[in-house]
Design a protein. Sequence first.
Length: 49
Amino acid sequence: MKAATGELNLTVITLIAIAAIIGFFWLMWPMIKDSINKQWENISTYEDK
């Protein structure tokens, strides 16, 4: 019984950690995408000159 409880706790901790990582990227993705787009535009305009 103790082993099953330990496995359940580890599973819950793992799911919470995965949810936290997904939540972090979900919130940060618009800023990351904007940064990538700005850098891409800078590269594109640099090559056109």
